[in-house]
Design a protein around this ligand. Structure first.
Ligand code: MUC
Ligand code: MG
Length: 372
């Protein structure tokens, strides 16, 4: 399984979104994908993506910082070296570079893609083997308007593209947010699961007031209601509230997962390859969760097809009992792959073939790449 890395190239790729996407801390009109190409001995290339949300408003690494970490620090560490597999790659990166899990995720993805191509195996096989070829995918209604969200939800249900939805709240006064979420849930109907993502916007007092009302209105899950540092309060909510609490920003890697699980957390974990440092690293977190009986949810950083497929390979090897939200490519007006993912009947199909199973359209990559 050894592979020698010869060269790494990195681009910032800016792609507009199909509509404004409103979260508690930012409204997005464009997404920036940080794309890497890893050229290996034997003429094999692997591709990886690291994507965050709203510059530095979501996570600790901006797209520019991810590219700088790759070009300035990680690339010199990895080029002209031979790695026996993802663990030796991770060990080399972690020894000399602290944090920067988004940048490391792009590189681990590219390495897995190249390794899979070298051995004629899909990335899912390198990660333990796919349990399923199709995964459920919800859609986030986040236009900023209740009426537009209801219309969008009805249209997507009629098309059969999605069967479940997530709403973004936390930016507006509590009464406005509650009215918004409950109106959408009522309009979409009892059979359509709807959950809300607060993106850390509430304090404990607000959460204790809001969550029972959301539960009464049929909202099935509450994602990251509190600041990520408030671990003890998140654990208390998971134990006291009648609805599932989904930890997102609070659960980054396997260490954070262990701290929540050993503290008595009873909710679910949103996995993201960028938070953990790559598709292989996130599986370590998943195993901590599984040992503690905590359900898994496949999370997105609103990646394009490349990052979404890297995540799907990892999720396909796990029981994702709380579903997934791997809709990132559908939020973008265009992408840098030759073939779009197959979304239908509320599911997405895992691409087949060696490596990630996708082909990069290098003309499109150059078209959308930032010029300086
Ligand atoms: C998040 O916090 O989960 C995922 C879906 C979406 O609409 O935003 C992201 C970020
Ligand atoms: Mg979230």
């Amino acid at each position: 399984m050894a592979l020698t890395i010869e060269a790494l190239s990195c681009w910032l790729v800016d792609i507009p979104t199909v509509r404004p996407h409103k979260l508690s801390m930012v409204t997005m009109g464009c997404q920036t994908l940080t794309i890497v190409k890893m050229t290996c001995a034997g003429g094999i290339s692997g591709w990886g993506e690291a994507t965050t949300i709203g510059g530095l408003s979501y996570g600790p690494e901006s797209p520019e910082a991810i590219k700088s970490a790759i070009d300035g620090y990680l690339s010199p560490l990895l080029c002209q070296k031979t790695f026996s597999g993802v663990e030796s790659l991770a060990e080399t990166m972690n020894t000399s570079v602290k944090g920067n899990t988004f940048a490391k995720s792009a590189l681990e993805t590219a390495f897995l893609d190249a390794l899979g191509k070298a051995h004629n195996l899909p990335v899912s096989s390198l990660l333990g083997g796919a349990l399923s070829e199709r995964l459920p995918v919800l859609w986030t209604l986040a236009s900023g308007s209740t009426e537009k969200d209801i219309d969008e939800g009805h249209r997507l249900l009629a098309e059969g593209r999605h069967r479940a939805f997530k709403l973004k709240i936390g930016a507006k006064p509590l009464e406005t947010d509650l009215a918004h979420a409950l109106a959408i849930k009522a309009a979409l109907g009892d059979d359509v699961p709807v959950h809300v993502d607060v993106n850390q916007a509430w304090d404990m007092t607000t959460a204790l007031k809001a969550i029972p009302q959301l539960h009464d209105g049929g909202i099935s899950m509450i994602e990251q209601p509190l600041a990520l540092q408030e671990r003890h309060n998140l654990i208390a909510l998971s134990q006291r509230m009648p609805v599932t609490i989904l930890a997102d920003e609070a659960v980054t890697d396997s260490h954070a997962a262990f701290a929540l699980a050993s503290g008595g957390f009873t909710g679910a974990f949103a996995l993201k390859i960028a938070k953990a440092g790559g598709p292989a690293q996130v599986i370590k977190l998943a195993h901590v969760a599984q040992s503690a009986g905590i359900s898994l949810y496949g999370g997105t950083m609103l990646e394009g097809t490349l990052g979404t497929v890297a995540s799907l390979h990892a999720w396909s090897t796990l029981q994702m009992r709380s579903g997934t939200e791997m809709f990132g490519p559908l939020l973008l007006k265009d992408d840098i792959v030759t073939t779009p993912l197959d979304y239908q009947n509320g599911q997405v199909k895992l691409p087949q073939g060696p490596g990630l199973g996708i082909e990069i359209d290098e003309d499109k990559l150059r078209h959308y790449a930032r010029k300086q």
